[in-house]
Design a protein around this ligand. Structure first.
Ligand code: GDP
Ligand code: MG
Length: 634
């Protein structure tokens, strides 16, 4: 149907006309004159019935009019034909805004004729169709044929109007329409034509005049008025007409508002499906790239353009349909468009988020590596800002005006991920700080510790502890600055690091240095040096030369005892010797068992070392004895 009439794009700019009237009253002939149609006309020679059923055609020469040539009654057959008459009237009035009633002049005033039966049917059917909603007016255009009598058209019209009023009064009208008048449903219009055979030239001329009323919107008698329109968009007409026809034929109740809604649903769905096609096609390539994990730069723009285009295409056609249905279908289409977009967008946001987290880890680590004095937190924050700004830009492109989505949860998630990366980076930074602190402390204390232990004086531990204490407070000060730069200014985390550093300063640095100083070789060296100091050198530090008068044994015993006393002193760190005792009270974190670190030489090793020292000392003693024998022993 749609193609045949080429009206699909006409919107509401088309009209529908139906013609009623008894058989062989020249209906088809008239239509062909008015609209240039080619309805079959009964041949004069054969006199057989021509038009059967309802025939449709459209006007020629671009006339946007659909014309229905309805099979007429012959007024003799009843029953089956009456049923058809009613059905064709129902269908015609459901679609046609102008109904031409065609009759001979000599039928006017025959109140009981076939025409009156037809008119009664038309009125009843019209009430059935339109009494429910807003009354929709129909133009009944009476065309009186073979007007040969002297009676003017006005009097013929008056007779017909009177008859119509009588019919109207006799109708049993549905509740609510009892007081309705004929003219709230119908406009009446009358014309007559000369006898076609007797006055052929006049007939043709006047038929042409009538034609202008249907074709020339500027002519005074123009028949199509906006109020008559059934408001079925042209693209939906074929569906509407066939579903109305189906209802009529199956004797179901025909209710036009429902038909309009059904049509709207059907057509809005069709239009939406068509509108979705290019939209989906436009999304295919970008969706593919997003699925590959990419962040598609122009996704927002592409998507928005496709969405707008689809909506506009839908609105352009669908807005003509039942507004309630249209509104719902439009919302449905928007929801479909948006949910398909959202799925792609969500993927894109996830990609952007993954890229942001990756870039942050990589760039922040590199910036810390290349740190040129910015300080950990400052560096990390700067990188984070850059990364977040890029993420925000990617997300902003996906936020349309009125878009029903937000990517706040994804942003929060990314924030969390960046927090976790920051924690990791900070841990690494803290490791570096701790290592640096240890290195500096080791460098600072190494010599002093070695010196104090080498001297082995009674107050050796006090000196060591004081040295440690002073370095520890320097280290604390440096640490505070570095931790502040790393964003660890206070709180539990800071405390943890401080404890870690303190334990490291003590155990790794000081005890480490001390352990080096009390290796077997070092201890033996110290003991030997101590015994030698006393035994081989005198109080003035001069090498002794033993004489026979010297009491080598006594001297040796004293020297060896004083050296031996060194061993237990070296074996255990004497913390209490620190004047300040800050260590035990505040330096060591609660729960840190520093006592276990105080033992430098376990008792077994002490015994072993004592034995080895005794042998070395004996060697010294023998050497001294021997030297005296060689010098004085003859
Ligand atoms: P339809 O059955 O109502 O469609 O009538 P047709 O158009 O087929 O015409 C039936 C017969 O009437 C044909 O032979 C026509 O030539 C003839 N006819 C058509 N118009 C007129 C008219 O105005 N006056 C007369 N007398 N005959 C007509
Ligand atoms: Mg005909």
């Amino acid at each position: 149907m749609q193609n045949k009439w080429r009206l699909a794009k006409a919107g509401f700019d088309y009209d529908v006309v139906a013609v009623f009237g008894s058989q062989s009253t020249g209906k088809s002939t008239l239509l062909n004159r008015l609209f240039g149609t080619r309805f079959d006309v009964m041949s004069e020679a054969q006199r057989q019935q021509t038009t059967r059923g309802i025939w449709t055609d459209r006007g020629t020469g671009g006339m946007p009019v659909l014309i229905m040539d309805v099979e007429g009654t012959d007024g003799r057959e009843r029953g089956e034909h009456q049923d058809f008459e009613r059905k064709s009237a129902l269908f015609s009035l459901a679609v046609a805004e102008v109904v031409i009633v065609n009759m001979w002049e000599n039928m006017v005033g025959l109140y009981n004729g076939a025409n009156m039966g037809l008119l009664k049917t038309v009125m009843e059917v019209n009430l059935q169709l339109f009494s429910g909603g807003e009354p929709k007016k129909t133009l009944l255009y009476f065309v009186i044929r073979d007007h040969v009598s002297a009676a003017p058209l006005e009097s013929l019209a008056a007779t017909l109007t009177k008859d119509l009023a009588r019919i109207w009064a006799s109708l049993s009208r549905p509740p609510g329409t009892e007081s309705a008048t004929l003219d709230s449903y119908f406009d009446l219009k009358f014309a007559s034509l000369p006898h076609k055979l007797l006055q052929p030239a006049d007939f043709e001329r006047e038929a042409m005049g009538l034609r202008r009323q249907f074709t020339d919107a500027g002519s005074s008698g123009y028949v199509f008025k906006a109020g008559y329109k059934r408001r079925v968009p042209a693209d939906g007409f074929p569906h509407y007409a066939s579903s109305v026809w189906e209802k009529v034929m199956s004797n179901k109740d025909l209710d036009l508002p429902t038909q309009q809604e059904l049509l709207a649903q059907f057509r809005c769905d069709e239009i939406a499906a068509v509108a979705l096609e290019p939209f989906r096609e436009a999304l295919v390539p970008v969706r593919l790239r997003v699925q590959e994990g990419k962040v598609v730069e122009d996704l927002g723009a592409v998507a928005q353009a496709a969405r707008t285009q689809a909506l506009e295409a839908f609105v352009a056609q669908a807005a003509r349909y039942h507004s309630g249905v249209y509104g719902k279908k439009r919302a449905g289409l928007v929801a479909t468009l948006d949910s398909e977009l959202h799925a792609v967008f969500l993927n894109q946001v996830k990609n952007a988020s993954a890229q942001a987290a990756e870039a942050f880890s990589r760039d922040a680590a590199r910036a810390i590596e290349e740190d040129n004095g910015g300080g950990f937190m400052e560096i990390v924050e700067k990188v984070r800002c850059g990364v977040m700004a890029r993420f925000d830009r990617a997300v902003d492109g996906l936020m349309f005006e009125g878009a029903p989505w937000s990517f706040a949860p994804e942003k929060r998630q990314l924030d969390g991920a960046l927090d976790a990366v920051t924690v990791e980076l900070r841990e690494r930074e803290v490791d570096r700080i701790v290592e640096r602190t240890k290195r500096l402390a080791k460098d600072a204390m190494g010599d002093a510790v070695a010196e104090h232990l080498a001297a082995g004086e009674e107050d050796m531990w006090r000196l060591v502890m004081d040295a440690f204490d002073s370095e520890a407070s320097d280290a604390d000060e440096r640490l505070a600055k570095q931790l502040a730069a790393a964003g660890l200014i206070g709180g539990e985390q800071r405390l943890v690091v401080e404890r870690r550093v303190h334990a490291a300063l003590w155990e790794d640095v000081l005890v480490g240095l001390l352990r080096d100083e009390v290796s077997d070789a070092m201890v033996l060296l110290k003991l030997r040096a101590a015994v030698e100091d006393r035994f081989r050198y005198d109080a003035q530090g001069l090498p002794r030369v033993w004489t026979p008068s010297d009491d080598i044994d006594a001297q040796f015993a004293v020297a060896r005892e004083s050296a031996r006393a060194l061993l237990p002193r070296l074996s255990r760190v004497n913390v209490e010797s620190s004047a300040k005792l800050r260590l035990a009270r505040t330096f060591f974190p609660a729960g840190y068992e520093y006592e276990r670190t105080l033992v430098l030489i376990a008792p077994a090793r002490q015994r072993d070392l004592a034995k080895r020292f005794a042998r070395e000392a004996d060697a010294l003693y023998l050497e001294a004895k021997r030297s005296m024998v060689t010098t004085h022993g003859k």
